[in-house]
Design a protein around this ligand. Structure first.
Ligand code: GDP
Ligand code: IMO
Ligand code: MG
Length: 429
């Protein structure tokens, strides 16, 4: 049986949380390997809705959750999320959550810098979540991060804070923003240490043991390929690699540990934040998708931009993301639409191209080239078998498979955990 990695194939919010929760019933361990509390994963289980940002979605199924070294961890956000799900009856303890000892921490100066930079960009904002994700990753590659393991060594922590503040206070001075003082930061981190260190371990050893004993591991991606710092619509991206290739580095396992790569795609497109979106709809059709799909950012609360399914872009995500199979979600949102469009390529300055180019002006100039399909009048909502789908809905799915050059292996037909159609078992490889 293969391990499975789940990644977003568009611009995020494809329904990764639901799919991971559903697949987690057949895994023993669920690992987050990148991103941070910029993610918002929604799980609907009966009358309970869980909105998770940092906790691996598998904890809701009683599975062991691991936060890998590739994540950037805000300790305050983690503790408040643990308290929030605790109030919903879900206990998170060092028994069911382990955190990589080498995970970099997000400190209060990171969201402050994120927000100050966005303000300084004026009208040309990235539209970040303002949670300090970008600045925290900058510090990681800049070799300045405070990591979870540093909380066990107060002297190391104190010296590293001096270095970090030297760098950041210079930036804050330049931006005309308030400076950070060392002592309150140090005091708070030392207060947090006994709360966080019980979760800390060399998770690579646990994952190695899991591999040796044949336990199934599910790697849970956040964000999506078009938000990948290398392969996405740069600079309107997040600050980590979201492709499946990063699941290995971000968890501390070899690339052969990642078996099947499942790309999650919505049956249409959405995006939060700024940046190119060639198949975006600015009319009532887009508004209808947003209303029926309830497209509001889980983290930001902002209305998501909506558009037609972009098969050209998802095909690109399949190739660079290493996707072997697609889970197509929110098919039900298309119910009752008379006609549907799928983007098959781009016209850029009069030329037809079959990929989204990297250069910013070319991306902004990309015009969609649509194929028009007939919609369906019946309902797909809550369907649990392929036989229950209207013939036109099956045609739509088949056409997507052809265009993105990957098989659709799962179909999701409502937010509910069990309203899912399996066409092929992802754990079968
Ligand atoms: P994620 O970030 O990829 O985990 O996705 P989000 O949770 O941010 O957004 C997906 C939204 O769509 C959530 O509100 C889900 O409950 C909902 N959802 C997931 N799958 C389906 C589906 O098949 N149909 C409908 N109507 N909603 C879905
Ligand atoms: P999930 O895991 C959708 C977007 C932000 C912004 C850009 C950079 O729920 O799919 P950041 O705060 O990461 O520096 O913001 O990335 N973004 C997301 N959009 N879903 C997400 O996560 C996102 N995480 C970040 O809106 O445009
Ligand atoms: Mg989300």
């Amino acid at each position: 049986m293969a391990n499975v990695a789940v990644i977003g194939a568009q611009w995020g919010d494809e329904g990764k949380g639901k799919v991971v929760d559903w697949l987690a019933s057949r895994a023993e361990i669920v690992v987050r390997f990148q991103g941070g509390h910029n993610a918002g994963h929604t799980l609907v289980v009966g009358d309970q809705t869980y909105k998770l940002s940092l906790l691996p979605s598998g904890v809701v199924r009683g599975k062991l959750g691991i936060i890998g070294n590739g994540v950037v961890l805000d300790p305050e956000a983690l503790l408040s999320e643990i308290a929030k799900v605790g109030a919903q009856g879900l206990k998170v303890t060092p028994e069911n959550l382990r955190i990589a000892e080498n995970v970099p921490l997000i400190l209060p100066l990171h969201p402050a810098l994120d927000q100050a930079r966005e303000a300084a960009r004026g009208g040309d904002k990235i539209g970040t979540t303002g949670r300090g994700i970008g600045p925290a990753y900058e510090d990681k590659v800049g070799r300045r991060s405070i990591r979870l393991c540093d909380l066990a060594e107060p002297e190391t922590l104190s010296a590293k804070l001096d270095e970090l503040l030297l760098h950041h206070n210079a930036l804050f001075r330049g931006l005309g923003a308030p400076q950070f003082q060392k002592q309150p930061l140090l005091d708070r981190l030392l207060e947090l240490a006994p709360l966080l260190l019980p979760f800390s371990e060399a998770v690579w050893e646990r994952l190695d043991a899991a591999r040796a004993s044949g336990k199934r591991v599910l790697f849970e991606g956040a964000q999506a390929v078009m938000l990948d710092v290398d392969h996405g619509t740069y600079p309107y991206v997040t600050s980590s690699n979201t492709v499946a290739g990063n699941a290995a580095a971000g968890a501390g396992v070899g690339p052969d540990t990642i078996g099947m790569v499942l790309g999650i795609a919505k049956a249409y497109s959405t995006r939060v934040g700024s940046g190119p979106f060639p198949s975006e709809l600015h009319d009532d059709v887009g508004k209808g998708l947003g209303d029926r799909g309830f497209e509001y950012g889980t983290v930001t609360g902002r209305r998501r931009r909506c558009g037609w399914f972009d098969a050209c872009m998802v095909r690109q995500a399949v190739k660079v993301g290493g996707i072997n199979g697609i889970a197509l979600t929110k098919l039900d949102v298309l119910d009752g639409m008379a006609e549907l469009k799928i983007n098959t390529g781009y016209r850029i300055n009069g030329e037809l191209v079959k990929r989204l180019p990297a250069a910013m002006k070319a991306q902004a100039a990309a015009e969609p080239v649509y194929e028009v399909l007939e919609g369906w009048s019946g309902s797909t909502r809550g369907a649990r078998s392929y036989a229950d789908l209207p013939a036109q809905a099956v045609k739509y799915v088949r056409r997507i498979e052809e265009l993105v050059e990957a098989p659709v292996v799962l179909l999701s037909t409502s937010p509910e955990r069990d309203d899912t159609i399996t066409l092929r078992d992802p754990f079968a490889g």
